[in-house]
Design a protein around this ligand. Structure first.
Ligand code: ADP
Ligand code: MG
Length: 238
């Protein structure tokens, strides 16, 4: 069971609480989108799952394992950020291979993994290039390649497309969907973009001021928003 379970997850920065006790069960292979206005706590929640922020209270399990105090690298998750975070001095192949080198995988394993991931993401012609010589969409593919190649149990995405223009965003959205179908990895995807949420999600989690307002399929939320906030954000007009 490669699911993710959040029980009463709280985040406080000193006296300031920004996530107020989140309960969420993400099923194995599910694609869940956290959506809500800027500042509502989406990134903080994702970063707690990744282990990049300490959890102030509550219980996080990944794949049935309690991980509150497990280091990020031992959580079996991979995160894709909006700013790519590629190594500028390394070419595409070496950027993709980076995590495998750290794990001391064999040369042969690394070469075949890079070739496979390059093929999946359409990066084969660009493996020798540096990030500076790639388009925004290509860079984002490399960032995804770096995540995929590690074969994590869970993918975490934080607004991965928000630096791309509208046309590329639509195209990459379709690619992410295709990738999820193909790899079937449990995914938690953060965005403030309602269209992105509606098109990508198996289930959408609507957040507001550090709380969950509603969880449901895109259709459920659209047709039966529980309150005017959800309705205003992505449901039908009240
Ligand atoms: P979102 O990703 O939904 O835009 P964030 O999770 O980044 O929201 O932020 C949630 C809230 O937590 C915001 O009010 C933000 O200002 C606050 N916050 C985020 N990081 C810190 C920090 N390091 N110290 C204090 N407050 C923070
Ligand atoms: Mg954010």
């Amino acid at each position: 069971m490669s699911g993710v379970s959040l029980k009463g997850i709280v985040k406080a920065y000193g006296a300031l609480q920004v996530v107020h006790g989140i309960d969420l069960e993400v099923q194995e292979k599910e694609f869940v989108v956290l959506v809500g206005p800027s500042g509502c706590g989406k990134s903080t929640t994702l970063r707690m799952i990744a282990g990049l922020e300490e959890i102030s209270d509550g219980d996080l399990t990944i794949d049935g394992r309690h991980v509150n105090r497990v280091a990020p690298k031992d959580r079996d998750v991979a995160m894709v950020f909006q700013n790519y975070a590629l190594y500028p001095h390394l070419n595409v192949a070496d950027n993709i291979a980076f995590g495998l080198r750290i794990r001391k995988e064999s040369k042969e394993t690394i070469a075949s993994s890079v070739e496979e991931v390059g093929g999946i993401l359409g990066l084969t012609p660009y493996l020798e290039r540096r990030p500076a010589d790639l388009s925004g969409g290509q860079r984002q593919r490399v960032a995804m390649g770096r995540a995929i190649v590690r074969r994590p149990k869970v993918f975490l995405f934080d607004e991965p497309l928000s630096n791309l223009d509208a046309k590329l965003r639509t195209q990459m959205r379709a690619e992410i969907k295709r990738l999820h179908k193909r790899l079937g990895v449990t995914s938690i995807y953060v965005t403030h973009d309602q269209v992105e949420a509606m098109t990508l999600a198996d289930r959408i989690v609507v957040m507001h001021d550090g709380r969950i307002e509603q969880i449901g399929s895109p259709m459920e939320l659209f047709l039966n928003p529980v309150n005017t906030f959800v309705a205003g954000f992505l449901g039908s007009p009240p």
